[in-house]
Ligand binder design. Sequence first.
Ligand code: ADP
Length: 326
Amino acid sequence: MSKNIERIAVLTSGGDAPGMNAAIRSVVRSGIYFGKQMFGISQGYQGMINNEITPLNSKSVSNIVQRGGTILKTARCMAFKTPEGRKTAYENLKHHKIDALIVIGGDGTFTGAEIFSREYNMPVIGIPGTIDNDLFGTDFTIGFDTANNTVIEAIDKIRDTAASHDRLFFVEVMGRDAGHIALWSAIGGGAEAVLIPEKETHIDDLVEKLMVDLKNQKTSSIVIVAEGDHGGGAFKIAEKVKERFNYDTKVSILGHLQRGGSPTSFDRVLASRLGQAAVEGILKGKNRKMVGIISNRIEFTDLTLAIKNQIEVDESLIDLVNILAI
Ligand code: ADP
């Protein structure tokens, strides 16, 4: 183990995700286990610039494994994109004698970490915390499973009312650039169709499919729309469908409730594994890597690859939605 890393700081940055607290707890307790001094930085990179850096002990992270959000708070910080901002951030880390950094967030967070680490020779490990599951180098990101569970709980409730009134529901879920939540929740929630940013939206095909459903006397229809799909969002698609197809059509935008809530068991375990692996990795000299889980094993991927590489949408999942919606 590297002898010169004694003081490690952790932060959460970018969009929050359920399970970030479990990751913070794991980082802090794993660090303490290895005899290191642990620090928390509030408000992501903004807190680094504002010198919001405080020591954390084992008790500081008690009773948080089950809590959504992040006790360290998160922020988007424009100043960190400037050399002056990063210089101030570095001076604050130096003041606290921080030797290494663990950042929990998405690709923006990792981009900042990569630049900062090269500029100031600061060892850094990234932990993937985003509900979008859109990072290369891990099968799952922290928060994705919880967000899916939240969405399917909502779909189940919407289906009750949809079935009672023979209604067609368009449910818009998060995913500006990635359709993973839409796809998974469409399968888990038994949706009739799914529209995602990775594919073109064909209203004709959708209408045709819904007409077949009507003929087959399906009592309710639910279409999942990722917010970034190319049809202009759930309201616009619902309008276009309604022009062609006389059916009682409703729209439900799930919005920010998808980010909240107590993390699922899966996310807590994932966050705990990744937090511990991040600390062990950094103490073993790993640098500018994202820690992820691939085929249930811990793997480290260069931050540059995790940021740059696109996750392809799994075509078989799209097929599955269609097969199961006959
Ligand atoms: P996420 O990590 O969820 O993708 P953002 O894209 O908002 O979230 O990024 C989080 C933060 O990372 C930004 O507010 C900024 O402080 C930092 N960051 C993003 N891109 C850069 C960059 N090119 N240079 C320096 N810092 C960056």
